[in-house]
Structures are given as C-alpha cells and as structure tokens.
Design a protein around this ligand. Structure first.
Ligand SMILES: *Cc1c(COP(=O)(O)O)cnc(C)c1O
Length: 411
C-alpha cells in the first residue's frame, strides 16, 4: 500500500489519500462503457488477408477489410517483404536521421511522389502519426484550424496537439466553411483547413474543388487525408486529388500505406520545401524509428502494382455498383448512408441493434463490423468492398442481409 510521508500532502483538508485505490475509476469507467453497449474487444483472425477470413475456426466472407485491392495477401507483395527482410533485416534499427535511413525508404518516397504528382514525399510509421506530426508542425497557438466535424481521429488529435484555435465546420458544408473563414481568418497568423477526402466511417466524399478554392481565397493551407482514396480513386490511383483534377495545386496530402496499399505506414506528399521542413520540424517523424524494410518493400511493390494495373480499380468499382444495385432493388427499405466510395453503411437505430445484426451476420457466415458511438454519431453496419470479391460472394451477402433484416424488421 502507498504510504504518504510528505507533510505537504498530509494537511487535514485533503481527503485521506492513502485510503483509496487510484486505479478504481478504471473499472467504474469500463462499467459505464459496458452499460452503453459501447464496449469493444478484439477477435483473432487466423488466415491470410482476403475475401474470406477464418475467425474462431469458421470461414467467413470478409466485408470488414481496408485491403480494397487485395494486395495485403498478394504473393508478389509478400515476396517483396520477404526479400527485403532477408536483405536488410526486420527493423530499421534507428530513426531516419540517425541510423535508420535506407535506400528503399528513398525509393518508396520517390514512388509516392510520382504516384501523387508532387515534388516530394515522406514516409511515417503510420498514417495516424503522419497527421499528428504534420499538423502540429504546420500551425501553433497563433494560428487557426478549420476542421470538418466528421474528420478522422488522427486529424482531430493533430489539431489538439498543435495548440492552434480549432473550429469544426459542419460536415462537408461549404456555406459554413466560408462563413467561419470570413468570421475568423483575419484574427490569426496562419490558417490550415483539414479534411478527409473519403470519410472513413460514412464513405462519402468531401467537395474538394470548392474547399481548395476557398483555401486560396482565404490564404489558407489545405491538408487532405487520402487514407481511403489512395490506390482506388483517380485514373492512376492517386486519389480524390487526381479524380478532381487538382494535381499540382498547392495542397498537402496525407495518407496511409495500410489500406489499399496493404502494408503499414503513412506518408505526406507535397512540395520539396514542405517535406524538407517536416524533416527538420516534425516530431513524429524525427523521434521515431524508420519504417521496417519489410513494410517499406511491400508498400513499394504494391504501388507498382497499383500504377500498372488499372483493372484492379475497375473491378472494385464494378463490385460497388453491383452491390448498391442489388441492395436498392431487393431491400429498398434499407437506410444506406450516402456514399460514393467502396464503403457502404447500413444505418441502424442504436448500438444494441447494430451489435445484434453484426452477430447475426456472423452466424450467417458474413464478417461485417458494427460501428457504434463514440466512433460515429449513429450506429451502423459498415461494409467495405474489395476488388477481389466475386459476384457470388456479393450475392451471398445480399441474401444474408435480406433474411436477417426481414426477420428483425429493422429499417
Ligand atoms: C486509417 C486512417 C488513418 C490512420 O492510418 P494508419 O496508417 O492506420 O495509422 C488516418 N486517417 C484516416 C482518414 C484513416 O481512415
């Protein structure tokens, strides 16, 4: 037991500090989370990534993966990781500025810059760290951030970490964004607008061309998170920036190597001076170990496949069209959250219903996670499609949803 001998803490007005367990609040907090049906846990997947996964010894159809192009289990990518590990070891062994910088890091950064059509790029240990560090390096306490209300956690926490005044504008609402810029821009030194391009939990897409114009009109920097867009949107897979014809415009692109690219890590792409600045000022890049050789080589190989195989993207969009058509024809009562991406969400009234539908889908052989508050404001089943799904697998999904929803009478 903790015995307090300091006279400073022993004053009579202070509650008896030695008589309670300072960790008790954790169990109380957990109990509250359980009562709200917000409790989370992990499940073990014992198979290679792909359209089928093995969970608890059962093979399920997988609609819960960010591996949109099926590259995380692709033998070419696996072999690239094995070869790089054999040649360069399992770890980078140091930060990039010390001993952890390898030729393959440079090759990967060049490949990302080529894909994005930017002067330069920098790779991070994760997309989360890329956002945290980049936002905190670009703005500080005299500055303003305008952030979409539904932005990813990494953007929100990057804004907090930066110490800048942060104002959330209504989701994808350009009238509100302009209004906030008009009201506030003049009172701050620098301004940074931050937004997901594809919103990860809804699957809708920001009006990027308008946001970019507003950023110019109000002398503001613009940082876009292409995590769910890179590899799948745009003619060459560069993302929404490419799809909206904004390549070459002054903006900062952040993204991940762990979704369509099928590896692990994050990146920032932009001007050569931005990247040089981040190498000097971005704490989440400077004070952390370089990306492992295996992850780096896997990402590099995936990007090669992405740029040379537009058919993968075509297959993905065909699957998205097919599923949306089937769902709207056969289940017109279903409430789908408007989406223009490979993420399709079925909106549900509450967390309990979402959990129950999720487990019924699992019983029917379908893995499709229930997403609940506080991750999102409203509960839902989130389906993410892959280029490698077969139409028969999509038909099986639609049948399962039909059975479960008609029995449960949810809409
Ligand atoms: C997944 C995701 C990230 C985090 O990327 P990681 O590489 O997994 O850390 C950041 N932003 C958005 C929008 C994401 O969906």
């Amino acid at each position: 037991m903790f015995i307090n001998t300091s006279t400073h803490f022993n004053r009579s007005r202070v509650p008896k500090l030695t008589q309670f367990n300072p960790y008790d609040w954790i169990d109380r907090s957990l109990a509250t989370i359980e009562r709200a049906n917000w409790s989370r846990s992990t499940q073990v997947i014992t198979s290679l990534p792909g359209t089928e996964v093995t969970i608890d010894g059962r093979v399920l159809l997988n609609f819960g993966s960010n591996d949109y192009l099926g590259l995380a289990g692709d033998d070419r990518v696996i072999q690239a990781a094995i070869q790089a590990t054999q040649a360069f070891g399992t770890g980078a062994t140091g930060s990039r500025l010390m001993s952890g910088h390898k030729q393959i890091h440079q090759d990967l950064e060049l490949a990302i810059a080529m894909l994005k059509g930017t002067e330069a790029a920098l790779v991070f240990s994760s997309g989360y760290l890329a956002n945290l560090g980049t936002i905190a390096a670009l703005v500080g306490k005299n500055d303003l951030i305008l952030s979409d209300r539904l932005n990813h956690s990494s953007l929100k926490n990057g804004a907090l970490l930066s110490g800048a005044k942060t104002i959330e504008y209504q989701h994808c609402d350009m009238v509100d964004l302009r209004h906030q810029l008009q009201l506030n821009r003049g009172n701050y030194r620098r301004c940074l607008i931050i937004t997901d391009t594809v919103f990860s939990m809804d699957g809708d897409i920001c009006p990027l061309a308008e946001i970019q114009e507003l950023s110019i009109e109000y002398s503001s920097m613009l940082l876009v998170d292409e995590a769910h867009a890179t590899g799948i949107f745009g003619a060459t897979g560069a993302g929404i920036v490419e799809a909206e014809n904004l390549v070459g415009k002054p903006l900062i692109e952040v993204g991940t190597l762990s979704k369509a690219i099928g590896s692990l890590g994050g990146y920032v792409a932009g001007s050569a001076s931005l990247i040089d600045f981040l190498r000097n000022r971005c704490a989440s890049w400077i004070y952390t170990t370089g990306l492992s050789p295996g992850d780096t080589a896997a990402a590099l190989r995936s990007i090669e496949i992405i740029t040379t195989t537009p058919q993968l993207r075509q297959q993905l969009w065909q699957n998205v069209e097919y599923l949306k058509q089937r769902l709207s024809q056969q289940l017109p009562q279903l409430r789908l959250i408007p989406s223009a991406s490979s993420i399709i969400c079925i909106e549900l009234p509450d967390a309990r219903t979402a959990m129950s539908i999720g487990s019924k889908l699992k019983q029917a052989g379908i893995f499709a996670p229930a997403i609940r508050p506080p991750t999102v404001p409203t509960s839902r089943i989130r389906l993410s499609l892959m280029a490698t799904h077969q139409q028969s697998q999509l038909a099986q999904l639609v049948n399962a949803i039909k059975l479960i929803f008609s029995a449960a009478e949810v809409s």
